[in-house]
Design a binder for this molecule. Structure first.
Ligand SMILES: [Mg+2]
Length: 252
């Protein structure tokens, strides 16, 4: 399931399309409250910098907004060790008691016609968290590669920075972005993919539920998020992909 290994082997471009899945808050519902737990861990980490709660919250939101990932700001401006951050934040979440395998979701992955499509994950998490979530959800054997935010690199980037998408295509050996299918719960990530010509973008939007982004609780599905403009489809249930992307499923 190694992105690096796959890219090395991939000398000639694969004719199949690529289906990219975001992981967090896409492969499991916002009602798991994992984003709230994650937000609390990250907020506590900001306070270890000597900030009070208000300052920590402001900086957390600022970096999340600026870089797509609070950690990117912590590394760039506070010399934080990203591996230590990952251990204390994502790595300390009791995920095994928060999410469980989803039979219908596994069947959705099984029903993708692999003669037509490859299936990779595209996440802002570091590799251990990404692999852990996929394993708990029992999807790890159905995901062929993971493009993760590589905290071990000094200049790592994350969605929605365009550089991150360029790196993802390079890792997967894709030269034509129109062959990309992509589903993510974060509208900014989807809009960035559309700007880069990714062909089939779906915003997974559980309107009415709450999640935490950049340390702030927010209602999902407000403002432009539910818009289908710019060629973006919006779904509230991943099973709708069977219809939206019917050409890549075996049993439409
Ligand atoms: Mg997400």
């Amino acid at each position: 399931m190694s992105a690096e290994t796959t890219s090395i082997e991939n000398k000639s471009e694969d004719a199949r399309v690529m289906v990219w899945w975001d992981i967090d808050n896409t492969l499991y519902s916002a009602n798991t409250k994992i984003s709230q737990a994650m937000g609390e861990k990250i907020g506590a980490y900001f306070m270890t910098l000597g900030l009070d709660a208000k300052e920590a919250a402001e900086l957390h939101l600022k970096y999340y907004t600026q870089y797509g990932l609070a950690l990117a700001g912590l590394v760039r401006h506070h010399n934080v060790d990203p591996i230590d951050f990952d251990k204390k934040c994502d790595g300390s979440l009791p995920l095994e008691s928060m999410i469980r395998p989803n039979v219908a979701l596994r069947q959705l992955f099984l029903d993708i016609d692999r003669s037509k499509a490859r299936v990779w994950a595209l996440t802002n998490a570091y590799r251990p968290h990404a692999e852990r979530v996929l394993k708990i959800l029992q999807l790890d054997d159905l995901v062929e590669g993971i493009v993760f935010c590589d905290y071990a690199e000094s200049d790592f980037t994350a969605k929605p920075e365009h550089t991150y998408y360029h790196k993802a295509l390079a890792k997967a050996g894709i030269t034509d972005p129109s062959k990309c299918y992509f589903v993510d719960d974060n509208r900014r990530n989807i809009d960035a993919a559309r700007e880069l010509g990714w062909g089939h973008c779906v915003h997974f939007c559980e309107a009415g539920l709450e999640n935490v982004e950049g340390g702030q609780v927010r209602k999902i599905g407000v403002d432009r998020e539910i818009s289908t403009s710019n060629g973006v489809e919006v779904v509230s249930d991943l099973q709708e992909l069977r219809t939206v992307w019917k050409e890549i499923f075996r049993n439409p």
